[in-house]
Design a protein around this ligand. Structure first.
Ligand SMILES: NC(=O)c1ccc[n+]([C@@H]2O[C@H](COP(=O)([O-])OP(=O)(O)OC[C@H]3O[C@@H](n4cnc5c(N)ncnc54)[C@H](OP(=O)(O)O)[C@@H]3O)[C@@H](O)[C@H]2O)c1
Length: 231
């Protein structure tokens, strides 16, 4: 199945885009997705990939957008996020519903739609995050959702066997678009990280490729954080 596709949902920006760049010259046909057609087209043009735009928070419509993926899928990555700073005392239901739907139902619906395209050596990678281990005021939804990603890995790996399913939980990635300009947070986190450095996008891409490609790694939730979670 050397010609199977790599599909990266949330591949127009940040960690998903960095991973897409890694696979751009791999020989695998590449599909990247985001919310906005113009951003998906721009990323696709750079990567010589196919770009798709759909909203994971509207899961009933996802199947229609994925119909065009009619070849085997070797690697499926779910990296999308729409961040929600939301505390229980000042609670915005709509934002919480979007994030919970996107990561839990949206991710699962993408896997459901592409399941017929998976083969015995396919792999799936979900992105979670360490807000599940290190909550902060306002992380109510993201902490819960990342915790759910950890548990989804186990049921998906059982249901889809022999397809492998793993999750990657990055620490704060210092050069990612989300964090790179927030120097106070970066420095405070770096000081508490045993390695004395923050994870980079290249570190995350390297770990993601390992989880996707190593044929014995299955049902794993991998922290890539320089040991920050221990502190
Ligand atoms: N960056 C970090 O330090 C860090 C730390 C811990 C965990 N993570 C996890 O790593 C993953 C990637 O994070 P990131 O910071 O690289 O993200 P990012 O730069 O914000 O990119 C998010 C991606 O998701 C897409 N997206 C957002 N909302 C969507 C929706 N409703 N439907 C479909 N696609 C949607 C975006 O598409 P468009 O914007 O093009 O529409 C974009 O491709 C996330 O799952 C996040 O939880 C990241």
């Amino acid at each position: 199945m050397a010609d199977g596709a790599v599909v990266i949902v949330g591949g127009t920006s940040g960690l998903g885009l960095d991973l897409a760049r890694h696979y751009a010259n791999s020989g695998h046909p590449l599909v990247v997705t985001g919310r906005h057609p113009e951003r998906a087209e721009a990323a696709a043009a750079e990567l010589r990939a196919t770009g798709l735009a759909f909203d994971l928070a509207e899961p009933e419509a996802i199947a229609g957008y994925l119909q065009g993926i009619d070849r085997p899928v070797d690697h499926l990555v779910l990296a999308a996020i729409e961040r929600d700073l939301n505390s229980v005392r000042d609670y915005h239901i709509a934002n919480a519903v979007r994030l919970a739907t996107l990561k839990l139902v949206g991710y699962t619906e993408v896997i459901h739609c592409l399941a017929p395209r998976l083969h015995d050596s396919s792999s799936i990678l979900l992105f979670g995050g360490l807000a599940k281990e290190k909550p902060y005021p306002g992380s109510t939804t993201v902490t819960s959702v990342n915790g759910a990603v950890e548990t989804m890995v186990r049921t998906l790996a059982l249901e889809l066997a022999p397809v492998r399913v793993n999750a990657l939980h990055p620490g704060i990635v210092g050069d990612s678009p989300t964090w790179k300009d927030r120097s106070a947070v970066l420095e405070a986190t770096r000081e508490k990280t045993p390695t004395g450095r923050l994870p980079t996008m290249a570190d995350i891409t390297s770990a993601a490729a390992f989880l996707l490609e190593n044929p014995a790694v299955n049902g794993v939730n991998l922290f890539v954080d320089g040991g920050w979670v221990m502190m």
